[in-house]
Design a protein around this ligand. Structure first.
Ligand SMILES: C[S@@+](CC[C@H](N)C(=O)[O-])C[C@H]1O[C@@H](n2cnc3c(N)ncnc32)[C@H](O)[C@@H]1O
Length: 252
């Protein structure tokens, strides 16, 4: 059985496994992804923020604590509110990102942490994000690195006579991939790096940042098992901006 991202976190076996994993924190979120997102995020004081695929709302609450005026935190999973801690400036909204609509020019910042590789129609979502952003507004997100999502099925490290190797195959064939992660048949979507960026540009956004974060020396001392991520990048972080108002032409 294949379980699509929008339904995955409501599967009781997956949800329990994911909750245990996040509670036990293997390090990739706390030691690699969150610091990389923090480096890429703009100042948020007074801004209107949308968090796509918010999960338990950790990023949404961090941004609210950092001064965001309000955060709309969106997730399709019915079970996520059980994990989400309330915050006076975070509104949790249950919706599928493939169908989400928000008012035009209502957001200064749209963020997403490790959720967009579950979304089937990335180009459609990015076009909507561009529509939601105010001129000068930012879009910052992380996804599993396309080097990690390329092979189908996503087997992870493979034992060979030369030691463990990470298979990269079918890189240019974009589309759904299956992975046994906590449960069998988890569905993710593979896209080339060029597509992830090209779709932003086609939607009229400017690329303002790119990162392939890996653990630094201090992280490796506290989390030596993360050294495998030096061999292939686990994550890709992208930042884009809707053009600010062009005084000659008005709002672009
Ligand atoms: C790996 S979790 C990340 C959660 C959170 N951003 C974090 O970093 O802790 C991915 C989240 O994306 C959500 N998700 C996946 N597909 C979705 C979709 N089509 N619409 C809305 N949410 C989706 C899942 O329910 C899950 O909460």
């Amino acid at each position: 059985m294949i379980t699509a991202g929008r339904d995955l976190y409501d599967d009781p076996r997956f949800f329990e496994g994911y909750r245990r994993l996040r509670n036990a924190e293997s390090g990739i979120n706390d030691a690699i992804e969150i610091p990389a997102m923090n480096r890429m995020l703009p100042r948020v004081a007074g801004t209107a923020v949308v968090d796509l695929g918010c999960g338990a709302g950790g990023l949404a609450r961090r941004l609210a604590d950092a001064g965001a005026a309000h955060v709309v935190a969106v997730d399709s999973a019915r079970r996520m509110p059980a994990l989400a801690i309330p915050h006076p400036r975070v509104r949790y909204l249950r919706a599928d990102l493939d169908e989400l609509t928000l008012p035009a020019r209502s957001a200064d910042l749209v963020v997403s942490s490790l959720a967009l590789h579950y979304v089937a129609d990335y180009a459609g979502l990015v076009r909507r994000v561009a529509h939601w952003l105010r001129p000068g507004g930012r879009f910052v997100f992380s996804v599993e690195h396309p080097i990690c999502t390329a092979a189908d099925p996503m087997t992870g490290w493979r034992a060979t006579d030369d030691g463990a190797l990470w298979p990269v195959d079918d890189y240019a064939t974009e589309g759904p991939r299956t992975q046994n992660w906590i449960i069998e048949g988890v569905e993710k979507h593979h896209r080339q790096v060029a597509t992830l960026i090209g779709v932003l540009l086609a939607a009229g956004l400017e690329l303002t940042g790119i990162d392939e974060p890996v653990p630094g020396p201090a992280t490796l001392q506290s989390h030596p098992h993360l050294a495998e991520h030096l061999r292939r990048p686990p994550l890709l972080v992208l930042a884009a901006r809707r053009r600010p108002v062009d005084p000659a032409k008005g709002v672009s």
